[in-house]
Ligand binder design. Structure first.
Ligand SMILES: *[C@@H]1O[C@H](CO)[C@@H](O)[C@H](O)[C@H]1NC(C)=O
Ligand SMILES: *[C@@H]1O[C@H](CO)[C@@H](O)[C@H](O)[C@H]1NC(C)=O
Ligand SMILES: *[C@@H]1O[C@H](CO)[C@@H](O)[C@H](O)[C@H]1NC(C)=O
Ligand SMILES: *[C@@H]1O[C@H](CO)[C@@H](O)[C@H](O)[C@H]1NC(C)=O
Ligand SMILES: *[C@@H]1O[C@H](CO)[C@@H](O)[C@H](O)[C@H]1NC(C)=O
Ligand SMILES: *[C@@H]1O[C@H](CO)[C@@H](O)[C@H](O)[C@H]1NC(C)=O
Length: 768
């Protein structure tokens, strides 16, 4: 785990640790290193078994348990999310279970971690002024604010009585199909139509309150579907009307993460099981594990059932492990995987050095009484006695250095930014310049700081340090300029922390699918928020792919409202093929890590453009029928038992397909010696109207040739499907090629619709 993650995104989406050391025996060939060899210690296990239709699933699952008196019984019995159960078992007991008929696979439950006022308007959604009923407003008129759509949120619970979860403004009662409930002490209203907890204590007993003890779940739920709340702000900053992306949608809360922000795999499965039974339309999952085989990942397994058997749109966060490549999670082809990008809002805290040089930092705390003059001496704490002195983590160290009356420079890390500020103040410092980590690149963060602070990006931080070293007499002040929309920085840009592709587990299509708002996002938080400038109701600024995921869940709810007959794959295709690759300045979206143009592994297909997604013209509908998914999973070289976790009694003897052969709207094509550096695949597009003729425009990366046949598709009716073939091969004149980014687009005859399929083409390098 990177230090920067812990401190910018403490409750957000952090990389995973395997809490329960793994086992090493014949029934679990994918076991990690065994640390604790004790075979008497009980841990939560997830056990997959065949279905048995001759008895109740609970009885059937119990029949696998050891009959010893010390056995604690089933923790959870799953029927819809998977076929199997969770139980506290010892290694010996798991071994015994694995010998019974009908057993498929067992693994210890892994722990997953949890990875606004303005972001809806950045998506083109602006609340019409009161009394403007005749004015055209797409949010209200086309999408009806997502009214009646049910968004399930798998997270740390929610905060009852927060105005973001009120059901005023004509919220209808839940639709008839809804089967969910609210667990005591929660009383459902028409906004919160379900709230359940799936947390358990270490003794296996359940904790029943769905109340959020962390804040993360409150933030994500209100981002997806929070009510309109006027005068929402963080310490007075970014003041405005807060709302979720789909403020008319219902929320169903599935608490699967406890107070220490960890989320047990067994609880995640139980929450998803309940979401299937209750009847959600969209499921928002802002958490993840490290990337592993699909059959080891409860989110992947249960999402398969949700998407393909229940028509639920599942959006999940890509992770906060950027800028390293191949760090993303939740990359199953049936999940919508969301990366994080900036919006065009900054809450400025400008660092002004006495030599006239300025740097644009951010803070949500904008003290009115911190005057730009006088200027204060600058200090970067360096102590031989404390290797961590530059992190301002130890008040004793700061006092011994003598920070009194100074502006203190602190590197992000060791303790969180709020605590760093408190330490500086405790030791007598007047303000803090907080420098981001090298991995944060050019991303700046606005925190609810306790003392006057400017959060500066890594690059600017190094420049400030150079000025400081050159001139020990340098003084400094911080000027607080408040909330600025459309600053100099073009938006969106991909957040440095946003996890990147390519996926190692699911090659063949581009992941993440898209990026959406995930930097300095304001949404509801728990009351109180553990901060001395406590205000109620509480809103908080957070950054992470945890924040971008619920934006896309809200977008999916709006599209579902406007197009009730679209499948999850159709909604996904609409968002992917219409996404933007340019920013507000009209230039290519950049990567905030190094300000270079973002490629498709970094930004996915591009940034969500809801207005265009509402009218995509053509759709790639990937229906994962049983045969299709078995062919795909067998193509990933999974065993019969592993594939049977998804589809009962599967055999891999028949046809197999690769990721690039799925009817996915994006593609990663690998040219290798084994395919003679030539790959052909086909796609089927569905017309969702109007009836038009489309012609293909191909923009291959240099070094390859991409042939699409036929070059024209003429649609005569809505729902009509037409097939085309794509041939990709090396250009004999340009042998240097190793990886390139291109696309092909179907452009309508009226030139109003552009259905873009981004492509990554790689060539196998033969080492000699
Ligand atoms: C279902 O359970 C019954 C009773 O334990 C057993 O006889 C039968 O073999 C099981 N069926 C399958 C398909 O495992
Ligand atoms: C927020 O804006 C509203 C309306 O413009 C105003 O009445 C209110 O005082 C503002 N609140 C803060 C904290 O600036
Ligand atoms: C510095 O921080 C690291 C990481 O938290 C810690 O392991 C180490 O003990 C700290 N060193 C001192 C001198 O406090
Ligand atoms: C802070 O530093 C002092 C002296 O260097 C040390 O005794 C103390 O344990 C440190 N405190 C923490 C919380 O690391
Ligand atoms: C810093 O200030 C001291 C005392 O006023 C002066 O002697 C010294 O020349 C100054 N150094 C620089 C680099 O300006
Ligand atoms: C599956 O195994 C075959 C043969 O060993 C190999 O060529 C192929 O790359 C493997 N596929 C994946 C997705 O690992």
């Amino acid at each position: 785990m990177k230090i920067s993650d812990v401190f910018h995104m403490s409750f957000i989406f952090i990389s995973v640790t395997v809490l329960f050391s793994n086992i090493n025996s014949q029934y679990c060939t994918d076991a990690a290193a065994a640390e604790d060899k004790s075979s008497t210690q009980r841990r939560p296990y997830i056990i997959h078994v065949e279905e048995n239709l001759t008895m109740s699933h609970q009885k059937w699952h119990e029949s696998f348990l050891p009959s010893t008196s010390s056995s604690q019984g089933l923790m959870f019995s799953y029927k819809h999310a998977m076929s199997g159960f969770a139980a506290m078992l010892t290694e010996d007991e798991v071994e015994a279970v694995s010998k019974k008929d009908g057993f498929l696979h067992a693994h210890p439950s892994e722990n997953y971690k949890l990875s606004t006022t303005h972001s809806p308007s950045f998506l083109g959604l602006i609340k019409p002024p009161v009394g403007s009923n005749n004015q055209n407003n797409i949010w209200r008129d086309t999408f009806d604010y997502g009214k009646g759509i049910i968004i399930g949120v798998l997270d740390s619970g929610f905060t009852p009585n927060h105005p973001s979860f009120d059901d005023h403004r004509d919220m209808p009662p839940p639709p008839k199909k809804w089967k969910g409930k609210c667990q005591a002490p929660i009383v459902c209203n028409n906004k919160i139509i379900g709230a359940k907890s799936f947390i358990f204590n270490l003794d296996g007993s359940r904790v029943s309150s769905p109340v959020d003890e962390d804040g993360h779940g409150t933030h994500t739920a209100s981002t997806a579907a929070g009510q309109f709340v006027d005068n929402a702000n963080v310490l007075g900053s970014a003041n405005g009307t807060a709302s979720g992306v789909a403020p008319g949608a219902h929320l169903a809360i599935y608490k699967v993460c406890g107070s220490s922000a960890y989320c047990a795999g067994v609880s995640i499965l139980a929450g998803m099981e309940s979401a299937i039974k209750d009847g959600v339309d969209v499921l928002s999952i802002s958490l993840g594990s490290s990337e592993g085989a699909l059959y080891m990942d409860p989110i992947s397994i249960a999402s398969f059932k949700l998407v393909n058997y229940k028509g639920v749109f599942v959006s999940a966060s890509a992770g906060n492990e950027g800028p390293k490549i191949s760090t993303l999670v939740n990359a199953s082809p049936w999940i919508f995987t969301v990366g994080a990008s900036t919006i065009d809002r900054k809450i400025l805290a400008v660092v002004k050095l006495s030599n006239g040089v300025k740097f644009l930092g951010e803070s949500a705390y904008q003290p009115k009484n911190f005057t730009p003059s006088p200027s204060f001496p600058l200090l970067f704490p360096q102590s031989e006695k404390d290797e961590n002195s530059s992190y301002c983590s130890n008040v004793t160290t700061l006092r011994s250095i003598g920070v009194s009356g100074k502006v203190v420079i602190c590197n992000v890390g060791i303790v969180n930014r709020i605590q760093q500020g408190l330490n500086v103040a405790d030791a007598g410092g007047v303000a803090m310049i907080n420098i981001g980590s090298v991995d944060d690149g050019f991303t700046t963060f606005a925190a609810s700081d306790e003392i006057p602070t400017s959060g500066i990006n890594y690059q600017d931080g190094q420049k400030i340090l150079n000025h400081y070293y050159e001139n020990p007499n340098l003084t400094v002040t911080i000027e607080f300029l408040g909330t600025q929309i459309r600053g100099d920085d073009p938006a969106p840009a991909v957040a440095s922390f946003s996890s990147r592709g390519p996926s190692k587990v699911t090659p063949g299509f581009i992941k993440p699918d898209v990026i959406g708002p995930g930097v300095n996002i304001i949404a509801a938080w728990v009351n109180p928020n553990g901060n001395s400038h406590n205000v109620s109701p509480t809103y908080k600024i957070e950054s992470g792919t945890s924040m971008s995921c619920p934006h896309l869940s809200g977008v999916a709810a709006l599209l579902k409202k406007a197009h009730p007959d679209w499948s999850p794959a159709m909604i996904k295709s609409a968002i992917i093929t219409t996404s933007d690759v340019t920013n507000t300045n009209g230039n290519r979206i950049t990567d905030q890590y190094d300000k270079t143009s973002a490629n498709f592994h970094v930004m996915g297909s591009g940034h969500v453009n809801l207005i265009k997604a509402n009218n995509p013209g053509l759709i790639y509908d990937t229906q994962f029928t049983n045969d299709y998914v078995v062919a795909y999973l067998c193509g990933l070289n999974y065993t019969d038992n592993q594939v049977s976790i998804f589809v009962p009694h599967s055999k891999c003897s028949t046809s197999q397909i690769n990721g690039v052969d799925l009817n996915y709207p994006s593609m990663v094509v690998r040219l290798s010696r084994s395919n003679y550096y030539r790959r052909r695949f086909s796609r089927l597009v569905t017309n969702v109207g109007p009836n038009l003729e489309y012609k293909v425009i191909v923009n291959p990366p240099p070094g390859v040739i991409v042939d699409v046949e036929p070059k024209k598709l003429k649609f005569m009716s809505i729902g009509e499907q037409l097939k085309f073939n794509v041939d990709v091969y090396l250009d004999a004149n340009l042998p240097e090629f190793s990886e390139g980014f291109g696309y092909f687009s179907w452009v309508s005859s009226d030139e109003k619709i552009n259905v873009r399929s981004p492509m990554v083409i790689t060539k196998e390098i033969i080492s000699v």
